[in-house]
Design a protein around this ligand. Structure first.
Ligand code: F6P
Length: 358
């Protein structure tokens, strides 16, 4: 008999349900009796003792279903030590809910911030297992998070659709892709969609270099260009500012986002027609792709085995195509960035893709 709590925390993604299904299927194959408590809207449900008792049948038929049957919310780690607006001590309340339900383990499906809280609860003595969620693929310690490949597929389709219209009208198109701090989705979708310029938060751009890349294409007789830009792409000039000044400047930027600013600069310098496409939250929506269904099912099954082995305080990860686990404390607080030295960046440069930096 096992009593398991489960929650999905932070921005949603495509394979949350598939991952929970994997955990439950794995457990139900090992134990006759499994009690599952699903906390609603992430840590909020754990804090407020708001849960649904679920049975194995609730996890049937959800492999392909996007979103999360438990709901999600953002509960920033940095605010965990501050009481709720109605005065509840969050960490204390979460521990009480766990103890009241006599849970054997809490399974947390979440990204970077959510796993920091998972680690905190583990340090507070709860049995916790983390599962690496996020379209951004920025969780340290895993080669891949679930949700990433599905998001890359959607962003790639967005670039593909833009390609045909950009070519018909000889326009420059900017496709703005999710990723405030890291550019993994933009990098992968940019390569997959044949973008000519890829702009990432990790490789600050110089608008002159971006324009140079467009003009080089037009001199070569190519009337259109596609720029894949991450939400958090930053100019060299802004990157050089002290953090506080930079934040202030970007918050007061007279454009809705970086894509609009770059569009204006390109229009001015190159005199060409520029259009913008922002797939936005579609990148987190819909069904998980086949890759994510396999990955999340493997992650879920592995988590069930960890529970059986009573190996807690662990984050399930993918390393060299094998599912394994690391200490939650090893990953907590670290982001996995794109490095300009990564071979994938070098490969892209060899294909003639500009990163707007030289
Ligand atoms: O972390 C996932 C993510 O989709 C990021 O890529 C994006 O920057 C952010 O969440 C958007 O957050 P929200 O859904 O709160 O607007």
């Amino acid at each position: 008999m096992k009593r398991i709590g489960m929650l999905t925390s932070g921005g949603d993604c495509q394979a949350l349900n598939a991952t929970m299904r994997g955990v439950v299927k794995g457990l139900c194959n090992m134990y006759k009796d499994v009690e599952i408590y699903g906390f609603l809207e992430g840590y909020k449900g754990l804090i407020r003792n708001n849960y649904k008792q679920l049975s194995a049948s609730d996890f049937s038929g959800i492999l392909t279903k996007g979103g999360t049957i438990l709901g999600s919310s953002r509960q920033p780690f940095k605010l965990m030590d501050q009481p709720t607006e109605d005065g509840i001590n969050k960490v204390k309340a979460m521990k009480e809910t766990y103890k009241k339900l006599k849970l054997d383990c809490l399974v947390v499906l979440g990204g970077n911030g959510s796993q920091k809280t998972a680690n905190l609860l583990s340090e507070e003595g709860l049995n916790v297992i983390g599962l690496p969620k996020t379209i951004d693929n920025d969780l340290w310690g895993t080669d891949m998070t679930f949700g990433f490949q599905s998001a890359v597929d959607i962003a790639t389709t967005a670039i593909d659709c833009i390609h045909t219209t950009a070519a018909s009208h000889n326009r420059v198109f900017i496709v703005e892709i999710m990723g405030h701090k890291v550019g993994h989705i933009t990098l992968h979708a940019g390569i997959a969609g044949g973008a000519d310029v890829i702009l990432l938060p990790e490789i600050p751009y110089d608008i002159k270099c971006v324009c140079k890349a467009i003009e080089k294409r037009s001199k070569a007789g190519k009337g259109f260009s596609i720029i894949a830009v991450a939400e958090g792409a930053i100019s060299k000039e802004d990157a050089a500012l002290p953090k506080k000044k930079r934040k202030e400047k970007l918050a007061n930027r007279p454009y809705p986002s970086v894509a609009y600013e770059i569009a204006e600069q390109i229009k001015e310098t190159c005199g060409c027609e520029v259009r913008i496409a922002v797939p936005g939250h579609t990148q987190r929506g819909g069904s998980p792709d086949a890759f994510d269904r396999v990955l999340s099912s493997r992650f879920g099954a592995y988590a069930a085995q960890l529970i059986k082995d009573e190996k807690y305080g662990r984050l399930v990860v993918l390393k060299d195509n094998e599912v394994t686990d690391i200490a939650l404390s090893d990953s907590a607080g670290k982001l996995k960035y794109v490095s300009p030295e990564d071979s994938i960046v070098q490969n892209a440069r060899m294909l003639g893709i500009s990163f707007g930096d030289k």
